[in-house]
Design a protein around this ligand. Structure first.
Ligand code: KPL
Length: 297
């Protein structure tokens, strides 16, 4: 297959490396156009792959059979709207980002959109991307046209296992949203690695209760107890991780808060319910972002 990967951060580099190894023709696409991009990945078994790929070739993009988007949530809609005319109308677009809300922003995009949720963990160590934990990438359609694309799961699975196709991927996306609504802002509040959140069980329980409530209203049944035990499992399995939100705050970058707790709060408002603990953390992260936005003025 011919595949373009939009966004060459940690996850983008993992996919470029994995797909090329399987014999696919790949290119990267950087927001600031460059003719080449490099992927420098330490694999799970410790082996190193350091390769350079072509980048930002509009013809390659137009001929691509798949576009994988690994940008931050807030970058997705502006980037895709910019590229829309260069992407073939039938080319599937696979979104792989934290949070929800981009589908609403992409309404009207002609290409079929697949939503993806991944539990692979990769972190940046200087110029190197370290694939720290294997995981599952759940993918699925967001429209009737996209429902015909289930055959894509197999080549993706061959490249970077596991990949699982779900006709109702939104359920997996809400489950991941719940994890991110808890771990990401709390790790910023306590300025700690994920594992240290085990000391804040009461706060985690309150957040899980709120997430179970909104998920139920949105038609994705989950109990607060099940969510709590799932979140604690992720706290433990990612114990040494700095959450993506804490990394963003430390680097004084825009966070994905509007697509994480912000999305849960918007859906709750639409359902006529309040999520006070999510609201408190949303405000906390927004204040942090504003403090460094102001510093850089
Ligand atoms: O997705 C994550 C993130 O950091 O954004 C978790 C699952 C919380 C792992 O760190």
């Amino acid at each position: 297959m011919k595949i373009t990967v939009l966004g060459c951060g940690a996850l983008g580099q993992l996919w470029l490396t994995a797909l090329e190894r399987q014999g696919h023709e790949v290119q990267g696409w950087l927001r600031v156009a460059q003719p080449y991009c490099s992927a420098n990945v330490v694999e799970l078994d410790g082996s190193v792959s350091n390769k350079t790929y072509i980048a930002n070739d509009p013809r390659f993009l137009n001929e691509s059979n798949l576009l994988i988007v690994t940008l931050k949530a807030w970058q997705v809609a502006p980037a895709l709207k910019n590229l829309e005319s260069l992407i073939a109308p039938a080319c599937p677009v696979l979104l792989l980002h934290n949070g929800l809300g981009t589908l609403e922003e992409l309404r009207g995009l002609p290409q079929p959109i697949l939503q993806g949720v991944t539990t692979h963990a990769a972190t940046r160590d200087g110029n190197v991307i370290v694939h720290v934990a294997s995981g599952i990438t759940h993918i699925g359609p967001t429209s009737i046209e996209a429902a015909r694309l289930s055959d894509l799961a197999e080549p993706l699975h061959q490249a970077l296992p596991d990949v699982a196709w779900h006709n109702n991927v939104a359920a997996a996306a809400w489950q991941k949203l719940a994890v991110n609504c808890v771990i990401n802002p709390l790790s910023v509040e306590y300025d700690c690695r994920n594992g240290a959140l085990a000391d804040h069980a009461a706060e985690i329980q309150r957040l899980c209760a709120e997430m179970a409530l909104i998920m139920e209203r949105e038609g994705f049944h989950s109990s607060k107890e099940n969510l709590y035990s799932y979140v604690m499992q992720i706290v433990e399995s990612t114990t040494d991780n700095l959450s993506s939100m804490l990394q963003d705050v430390r680097a004084q970058r825009r966070t994905e808060i509007d697509y994480i707790n912000g999305y849960a709060i918007r859906r709750a408002r639409a359902q006529g319910i309040a999520l006070p603990e999510n609201g408190r953390l949303y405000d906390l992260i927004k204040r942090k972002e504003q403090s460094y936005e102001h510093e850089s003025l």
